[in-house]
Design a protein around this ligand. Structure first.
Ligand SMILES: [Zn+2]
Length: 305
């Protein structure tokens, strides 16, 4: 009888503990206060090795990386950017073409702001006061991020500035506001790929210019006193072949995904399969935010120390 009583009390304790642990949020990465995402439209995974990109390669050496993160189909822009932000594929969020500004067919679910939940939507729920910003050279991006949940977003057209304008605007914002989450999304090197071809001389020299700007962004986080508490995330939507993309060759579908900074493994090549829709849950995981139920991507746990 005494054994029964002891077991019964133990069982009650377990039940009580489980009632208390109903929160399914993942553990935040210790000491991380900022995520800095830098995105490149059309950066093919198979062009990086030959490219003169010392900053990106140093981040790979000191971070976790793959050059084979796979796009959803078609291997086009808006549908892949939406997928990165929304943690699920076009079949669910409905943004199905290169230039979708709104779902081409109804999203299977909507967040409270009337758009399929993005990582900005999810982080806002847990951090009502977080400063989150997005700057982008291609205006369509502005329709894919949940404008009502983000603190500030700005379309900075590439114009004649060769990506200088957006870099300057983004750096100024970083230094002034020290945002918890921020994105700087270039419309290059896609432009050069369509003009002279993927891996052409023009394309490759644009990669080097963008790499110089990446070094400036890193320096800006140091100037702002953010660097030691930051995870950098380098993303792209798709690659290319010849002067186009959208189809199923690996040159078109594979693009880099690089994580670097506080709490990230160093020199770690990501070997598990990675899809475009794994980006959002990995970013929310950094801040200990649970994925919305409707997401289908998974946090890439392997990258964390
Ligand atoms: Zn394109």
């Amino acid at each position: 009888m005494r054994n029964f009583y002891t077991s019964f009390v133990a069982l009650l304790c377990v039940v009580a503990m489980c009632v208390g642990c109903s929160d399914s949020s993942p553990k935040a990465v210790k000491g991380v206060k900022h995520v800095v995402m830098v995105g490149y439209d059309g950066l093919a995974g198979n062009t990086v090795e030959a490219a003169e990109m010392p900053t990106l390669k140093a981040m790979m050496d000191q971070g976790a990386w793959t050059l084979q993160a796979r796009s959803i189909l078609p291997s086009s822009s808006a549908c892949n950017w939406a997928t990165m932000f929304m943690g699920a594929g076009p079949e669910m969020h409905g943004y199905n073409t290169w230039g979708s500004r709104k779902p081409d067919f109804p999203s299977i679910a909507l967040g409270k702001n009337g758009i399929f939940p993005t990582f900005i939507t999810a982080i806002r729920e847990k951090y009502p006061d977080a400063n989150m910003c997005s700057m982008y050279e291609w205006d369509v991006i502005g329709d894919l991020i949940d404008n009502k949940a983000i603190t500030y977003h700005k379309h900075v057209p590439a114009g004649e500035s060769e990506c200088r304008d957006i870099t300057d605007a983004y750096i100024a914002y970083l230094k002034e506001h020290k945002p918890q989450v921020s994105m700087c999304i270039y419309d290059s090197p896609d432009h050069e790929g369509h003009g002279q071809g993927w891996a052409s001389e023009t394309y490759m020299s644009k990669l080097t210019l963008l790499d110089n700007y990446l070094a400036e962004i890193i320096q800006a986080t140091k100037d702002a006193g953010m660097y030691d508490q930051t995870i950098f995330v380098i993303v792209s939507d798709h690659g290319g072949i010849g002067k186009g993309h959208g189809s199923t060759s690996m040159s078109e579908m594979e693009a880099p995904l690089v994580f670097f900074g506080k709490g990230i493994k160093k020199g770690y090549k990501i070997e598990v399969p990675v899809m475009r829709y794994d980006t959002a849950p990995t970013i929310t995981r950094i801040f200990g935010v649970a994925s919305p139920d409707v997401w289908r991507g998974r946090a890439i746990e392997e990258i964390f120390e």
